[in-house]
Design a binder for this molecule. Structure first.
Ligand code: BGC
Length: 270
């Protein structure tokens, strides 16, 4: 018998993935379902791909639901978690993933675009973490194991400064400290909080960086591993961090970046 791609690491667990209608969130939701979790697939404006993914998961015998919500709005984040709990009878896992870019050099960046990125990427993660933790606390204790687990989607730009993207880089720097602070605060309740920091992953958010041969060649100079990342690379890391295989791991950022954060400019002696 052939081995399943991923062992059912998350059997019986109930997960919410925000921003799951495309890109990394989509791959994460699909992989968590393959690993046995019931998955709430959150989307903001793209309902169709979220519904399709839910159909696919159900057709394969899994449990899933699509829930539309703007995570940057408090009432919507509250409703999102409440609807997930109502659907699955509880919540054990959160992948706080929704993120946007609105790029401009400092002189041209509007306050609106600064605030929009901070609202989704940082405040949205705060709201979802808060609501998820409230739901976790209502759930059962799991003696000998973490009771619940959160993965915050960060970026290599939590440590790599990024000219022309100050709103985005600031949001991800904020995620780093938010994640570690929550990990410290929640560890006594055996709620684990970690982050995954992707590098350049082939998704719609950065199509400009890989969409042409020329752009890709330039991008690959920043990636010692010699290839762009795929959403599945990130999804596997998230699945592991959420699972009991990562029991005792909390407050950590796992870089999934093919070495992008390793100062590739120094590869030839600097
Ligand atoms: C950004 C991408 C970018 C990558 C590496 C990600 O966090 O969303 O646009 O390609 O970092 O720079």
């Amino acid at each position: 018998m052939s081995e399943p791609a991923i062992r059912p690491l998350l059997a019986g667990r109930r997960a919410l993935v925000t921003g799951a209608s495309s890109g990394i969130g989509f791959a994460v939701a699909r992989t968590l379902a393959e690993a046995g979790a019931a998955v709430a697939v959150n989307y903001h404006s793209s309902r169709e791909p979220a519904e399709k993914l839910v159909e696919e998961i159900r057709a394969a015998g899994g449990k899933a639901v699509a829930i539309g919500a703007d995570v940057s709005e408090e009432a919507e984040a509250v409703r999102l978690v409440n609807e997930t709990v109502a659907e699955f009878g509880g919540l054990d896992l959160l992948v706080s993933n929704s993120g946007i870019q609105k790029d401009a050099k400092l002189g041209e960046m509007t306050l609106k675009d600064w605030q929009a990125v901070i609202a989704v990427n940082l405040t949205g993660q705060f709201l979802c973490c808060r609501e998820a933790v409230r739901a976790f606390r209502a759930g059962p204790d799991r003696p000998g194991h973490a009771r619940a687990s959160i993965v915050c989607m960060s970026s290599v730009h939590e440590i790599i400064p990024w000219a022309g993207h100050v709103n985005y880089a600031a949001s991800k720097g904020g995620i780093h400290m938010m994640m570690q602070t929550l990990a410290q605060e929640l560890a006594p309740e055996r709620i684990r909080v970690n982050a995954v920091a992707p590098g350049a992953i082939r998704t719609p958010i950065n199509k400009e960086a890989w969409g042409t041969d020329e752009a890709l060649e330039k991008l690959l100079r920043l990636i010692p591993y010699g290839r762009i990342g795929e959403p599945a690379d990130v999804a596997r890391a998230v699945t592991w961090l959420l699972s009991d295989e990562a029991e005792y791991v909390t407050g950590t950022t796992l870089f999934v970046d093919g070495g992008m954060s390793l100062y590739p400019g120094f590869v030839d002696n600097g």
